[in-house]
Design a protein around this ligand. Sequence first.
Ligand code: SAH
Ligand code: SF4
Ligand code: F3S
Length: 469
Amino acid sequence: MEYKTESLRQYDYMEQMKSWVEKKSKELGRALTCHCTTFGCQMNEKDSEKLLGILETMGYQEVDTEEADLLLFNTCTVRENANTKLYGHLGQVKKMKEKNPHMMIGLCGCMMQEPHVIEKIKESYRFVDIVFGTHNIFKLAELLKARVDSGSMIVDIWKDTDQIVEDLPSDRKFSFKCGVNIMYGCNNFCSYCIVPYVRGRERSRKPEDIIKEIRKVVSEGVKEVMLLGQNVNSYGKTLEEPMSFAELLREVEKIEGLERIRFMTPHPKDLSDELIEVMADSEKICSHMHLPMQSGSSRLLKLMNRHYTKEQYIALAKKIQERIPGVSFTSDIIVGFPGETEEDFEETLDVVRQVGFDSAYTYVYSRRTGTPAASMENQVEKDVIKKRFDRLLALLKETSAKNCKKKVGQVEKVLIEEENTHQEGMLTGRLENNLLVHFKGCPEQIGTMVDVKLTEEKGFYYIGEQVHG
Ligand code: SAH
Ligand code: SF4
Ligand code: F3S
């Protein structure tokens, strides 16, 4: 049969699988359940929502334990430990499957884009039912159908693609906020990073598709969107009608009912003045800049293939802080890149001090096979890295506490996200700057925006009181 779009072809597979799921449920006398465990970044979180959307369309019921009829693992391989975690976990899953033989196991995500991983799974993890990668998640129903029909393991990995399949179902984890892909892949090839190899080349979604998706989720109650891309600054360059990221933001800003816009991640090498201006003028874009620095040493930045120097990073940060007063500034920092000396590391500390980060994700350098940095000489010793890592954390604790103090006494708009699990009668909300505040309230308020006075700071979060009227 000819289909007008790939998504229609996939809906047909979902229908076919739906009959199969119904039949199975009748046999078992209960609904079929599914669960997806997600490792890694927001891209993977978003992909998992799409996978669960497909499974629900097929009639599976999502449960929040791994005791399910269909288990998916959406994997990450950015660092070695993400990898090790999965193998460890698969050992446990094997035992579960022995007890429950009709259980199906699927592996997908970034780790599956590595040929040595696929070999290992084919050899040592024969109980896995389907394996697919980052480029073909939209095919989940088709792959499950193939598994059910053939009775054997299905492995379908694409090396790369420029295909973007729109209009597939998605099952959002939160009713009030969600991620929205604006582009896929990465062309930057930072020398330590595996992402470009496992996520393929950069491709942007059409602005009209992005806007349509945001309008839809807003109509369903979403207040906050996070625009996702490995380097959002290069959004739109490959479109038939090129458009800058700043222009896209202007369009998203116009969407009525949308209250907050976040984005992740901009790259310091090509963050435009236009973007800073759009942020400064915007009512909706959160006053928060997550700008990965990786290292403060210009020598290492060059080896990392980051295309900026320490001085350029600081100048950019200061420009943003001046144009957007009070902007919250966060970063990603790697400790122990090959050849990192004490001097290099002190340059990193120096930037942390000068920029005064509100917080940062700190990573111990992890050697990823296939990346240029993996074969560099002078890999730094573990205990040296550990000591530097602790010094960096201590400094970040100081800069973040200093920033946190500044807001005490102020009234801030807060999006209420959940009940506070530690204290009954308390809610947790997120400020524009991404920090959390705990305050008294009732669960019915979850998903709404309220004004909260920040009465006390706790270094990296607040205690507050809701301000009425
Ligand atoms: N595209 C984004 C984020 C990519 S992954 C960016 O460029 O900022 C998120 C973070 O993981 C990176 O910013 C980097 O700090 C970290 N990371 C990537 N590869 C790593 C590696 N091999 N070892 C340690 N940290 C790494
Ligand atoms: Fe990795 Fe660099 Fe691409 Fe970020 S920009 S995903 S760190 S290669
Ligand atoms: Fe994200 Fe990990 Fe893949 S950080 S892009 S899930 S390798």
